[in-house]
Design a protein around this ligand. Structure first.
Ligand code: HEC
Length: 379
């Protein structure tokens, strides 16, 4: 296209209503390639111009999905495949633990894609050579006037007759837009040799300084105090012990604080024989037992332990605990059910501590006795 051929035209209006009238007029005459320029976003202008909903949402969704996938895959690869570390007994691919990074990457990817997509892809910024920016109206358009831009690529556009279609409307001016060469200011200053040499010099200086500080800075007292001391590094070979590992195995028979070994996991009958309920039967221990029972057992076993719990429709129906079997069991045998579970009933060891399990059993005994009262109980 030659220098003199226009790439479009801009029409200036005083109010948004005039602008809308101008747009409607152009649309009536068959123009389709229209755009508006205003000092601030005008609500629903996209609808007037016949633009559909923004496609930016898809960009954000796809980028967010990519971030999520990348985060999950990378964490899975690092934690479950490349360097499996047992952390507190959790599964190597632990979903909850991976949520924060996943969430962050999802937000990072979609926000970056949204900003870059909006500025660079959809709006094709920056436009140093924009002919609109060179228009004589541009000061008005960024201050208090409204512009309608017509694209010369529109089949209806003609430099001579287009102006006439706005006859009779409240317009403030009309200007043809010509293609501008990109501003020489930017190309000269940024791509000039002295500037590039300066840039390379700064990069070289910064990286050498960083390298020197990290290479030799740590060897200067007192910065070397941490590094130079004798210490055990669990991940490295060490000379402190004959087996050359810094990580020490537990001394045989070590018991973690607060943990009592429970050797009856596979032998409930032995628990019934050996274990004695250590909790005293007092009013407060029965009250505590009743509360724990109501929280943990009642949903399935029912208030009276007669298998009429509220959850029995959804779960396997438990047996009544007033059977001669359950009544005949020693406390230790019931303790084994609570600690290790029994068939469809799960273990409660992680939810109810040792003391509370024994108190629940005291309360269960009281329930059983209430259902099978003997004459001496009436006295
Ligand atoms: C999720 C429902 C559920 C909860 C909650 C539950 N149980 Fe059970 N319980 C069962 C089922 C089902 C069985 C039968 C298991 C089987 O098939 O051996 C059972 C069995 C038992 C037995 C053995 C009875 C027998 O005759 O074999 C005892 C004792 C028992 N539960 C006590 C308790 C206590 C005490 C609690 C509260 C800490 C409790 N249960 C919580 C469902 C539950």
């Amino acid at each position: 296209m030659s220098e003199k051929e226009p790439v479009g035209a801009v029409v200036l209006f005083k109010t948004p209503d005039d602008l809308v009238a101008g747009i409607r007029r152009a649309q009536d005459r068959g123009f389709t390639r229209l755009d508006s320029v205003s000092p601030y976003p005008i609500h629903k202008m996209d609808e007037v111009l016949g633009k559909g909903p923004s496609r930016l949402g898809y960009v954000a969704a796809i980028a967010g999905l990519a971030g999520t996938t990348l985060a999950k895959t990378a964490q899975w690869w690092v934690s479950a495949v490349d360097y499996p570390l047992n952390i507190g007994g959790n599964p190597l691919f632990s979903y909850p633990a991976f949520i924060p990074v996943t969430f962050e990457l999802m937000v990072l990817f979609s926000s970056l894609a949204t900003v870059i997509g909006m500025l660079v892809v959809f709006n094709r910024l920056p436009q140093y050579g924009s002919s609109l920016l060179k228009s004589k109206f541009i000061r008005d358009l960024t201050c208090d006037k409204y512009g309608l831009v017509l694209d010369a690529a529109d089949p209806k556009f003609s430099p001579d007759t287009t102006r006439a279609i706005f006859d009779g409307l409240e317009t403030l001016g009309f200007d043809l837009l010509y293609r501008e060469r990109p501003s020489p200011f930017f190309s000269q200053r940024i791509l000039s040799v002295p500037f590039l040499v300066l840039l390379a010099g700064v990069a070289l200086l910064c990286s050498s300084a960083t390298r020197l500080v990290f290479r030799y800075g740590g060897a200067v007292p007192p910065f070397n105090f941490m590094k130079a001391q004798e210490k055990l590094n669990p991940q490295h070979e060490s000379n402190a012990f004959p087996d050359k590992t810094g990580m020490r195995p537990a001394v045989p028979g070590t018991v973690a604080r607060g943990l009592l070994p429970y050797p009856y996991a596979s032998d409930a009958e032995a628990a019934g024989r050996d274990l004695v309920n250590p909790a005293p039967v007092t009013t407060s221990s029965l009250v505590r037992g009743r509360d724990r029972y109501a929280i943990f057992c009642q949903p399935c076993h029912g208030r009276e332990a007669d298998a009429r719990g509220t959850l029995t429709a959804a779960f396997p129906k438990p047996p009544t605990l007033h059977s001669s079997k359950a009544r005949g069991w020693m406390d230790g045998r019931i303790y084994a059910v609570l600690t290790s579970g029994q068939n469809a009933m799960p273990s409660y060891a992680s939810q109810i501590n040792r003391e509370d399990r024994w108190l629940i059993i005291h309360y269960l005994r009281a329930l059983q006795r209430a259902h099978n009262a003997e004459e001496r109980d009436l006295k």
